[in-house]
Structures are given as C-alpha cells and as structure tokens.
Design a protein around this ligand. Structure first.
Ligand SMILES: [Zn+2]
Length: 78
C-alpha cells in the first residue's frame, strides 16, 4: 500500500498514526481525524503486519529507550 493513499470516509482526510501496541508496535494506521464524539469508526492499517519476533524486538527496544531518561536521572542523582 502506498503512503500517498489518503482515504475519505466522512468527507475529511484521515490521519496517519503510529501504533505502539506490543503486537503492532511502530505500525502505521489511518484513523478518522475528527474530534472525539464526532469520529466515524474509520480505521485501517497502512503497513503490512510485522513478524511477531520483529514486533517484539521493536517493542523491547522502545521500552529500553523510554527508560533511558529515568536511568540517566538515577545515575545523575547518585
Ligand atoms: Zn471520519
């Protein structure tokens, strides 16, 4: 699927979001960009599914990365 594909459901362009679910980390998806309460249920993956091993690896790397500032703080205050 092409990045330039923009889908319309309720008349406005959908936005591309990035998923950070353990099973679909880093995967891009389209979602209705209207505010809550006005959204339609439009929702679609942009990327092909990741291999579970790759998804898990990215998830772990992201977790490690997210913990770095905390780790740095801990080391600095020691
Ligand atoms: Zn919509």
């Amino acid at each position: 699927m092409s990045w330039s594909t923009i889908n319309y459901q309720c008349g406005i362009a959908t936005r591309i979001f990035t998923a950070f679910l353990p099973t679909n980390v880093g995967r891009h998806f389209y979602k209705c960009s209207k505010p809550n309460g006005y959204k339609c249920d439009y929702w679609k993956w942009v990327d092909d599914p990741l291999h579970p091993r790759v998804a898990n690896l990215i998830h772990n790397l992201k977790n490690e990365n997210d913990n770095l500032p905390l780790e740095k703080k801990t080391l600095e205050t020691r």
